[in-house]
Design a protein around this ligand. Structure first.
Ligand code: NAD
Length: 297
């Protein structure tokens, strides 16, 4: 069993490390947030007091951080992963970040002599808890193959995507579709109720009809229908509106860079920006339903 270093023990990193511990690995975790670190330690992770403490002597280091800026902060600098990990250590960057930051990490890894893959995930907290995430893994083929062994206890699907940053590219396009689906589900759900349909009856129909989607099955934004949905817990976040805003913003930026018109994506990005501007960034992204039912403008 391996010694694994892990930086970022939030909504995703917490349950993902719990599955590595259950698989018999020794996980040394670090997070700036004391609560997140305590929760991971309660699930069997060994407390690290710094990035250096987490990565020294580890066979593999995973990072699961909010945005590109956090990933850069964790990898670069005197206290960072590149300065403190052994060159033999495999680096697996699993956060969803912009292509430029991902490329900068790959470039720095190659320059220093590290193997690094970008390995973002899909499946949400429920997938993280169940160990059924989809990992999209980009990088040199031997590094991707090596990462697969460690990823296994957290994943139902591990899909090599090609060279450096292609995992991020897959993730960004997937989440563009997810958040458009969430906006569409919110509109259908509110309209169905206003047309007199029982929410459960409508959900039963849509989930076996052409309106089906992962967003509908997992995040349905009407209370009392889908147990995993944040609407049942006053929109306590499973995936924050701020992170959704970030992800769809990554797609819009990538579309600008590739001269791709994203009419719907750009509109949905504006909806998430409105949630963030109204102080709802820390709530679950399914709060977007509040822009449909008129609670928020
Ligand atoms: P989160 O904010 O809950 O967790 C991130 C953690 O990183 C926090 O605990 C934070 O304290 C820690 N952190 C930030 N900077 C740090 C630093 N310099 N050193 C150490 N720790 C640091 O976010 P999350 O929901 O776990 O998401 C993590 C990543 O996974 C994001 O990129 C997100 O887009 C992606 N993602 C999330 C979900 C989801 O459903 N939540 C699903 C798929 C992918």
């Amino acid at each position: 069993m391996a010694v694994i270093g892990w930086i970022g023990l939030g909504h995703m990193g917490g349950p993902m490390t719990a599955n590595l511990v259950k698989a018999g690995h020794s996980v040394r975790g670090f997070d700036l947030n004391a609560e997140a670190l305590d929760a991971a330690v309660a699930a069997g992770v060994t407390r690290a007091t710094s990035i250096k403490d987490a990565v020294e002597g580890a066979e593999v280091v995973f990072t699961m951080l909010p945005k590109g800026a956090h990933a850069r902060a964790v990898y670069f600098g005197e206290a960072g992963v590149f300065a403190n990990a052994d060159l033999k250590t495999l680096l697996v960057e699993s956060s969803t970040i912009d292509i430029e930051s991902s490329q900068a990490l790959h470039d720095a890894a190659i320059a220093a002599g590290f193997r690094l893959v970008d390995a973002p995930v899909s499946g949400g907290i429920t997938g993280a808890e169940a160990g059924t995430l989809t990992f999209m893994v980009g990088g040199e083929a031997d590094a991707v193959a090596a990462a697969t062994t460690y990823i296994q206890p957290m994943a139902a699907n591990i899909i090599p995507t090609g060279g450096a940053t292609t995992g991020q590219a897959a993730k960004i396009c997937n989440n563009l579709m997810l958040f458009i689906n969430l906006a569409a589900t919110s509109e259908g759900a509110v309209l169905a109720e206003r047309l007199g349909l029982d929410p459960q009856v409508f959900w039963d129909i849509a989930s076996v009809s052409s309106g089906d989607s992962w967003a509908l099955r997992t995040w349905y934004p009407i209370e009392g229908v889908v147990p995993s949905a944040a609407v049942n817990r006053d929109f306590a976040p499973t995936f924050t509106a701020e992170l959704a805003n970030k992800d769809i913003g990554l797609a819009v930026a990538a579309a600008v860079a590739t001269d791709t018109p994203l009419e719907i994506g750009k509109h949905v990005a504006e909806l998430f920006q409105r949630l963030v501007d109204q102080g709802q960034g820390g709530k679950d992204c399914s709060m977007i339903v509040k822009l449909v039912d008129g609670t928020l403008a």
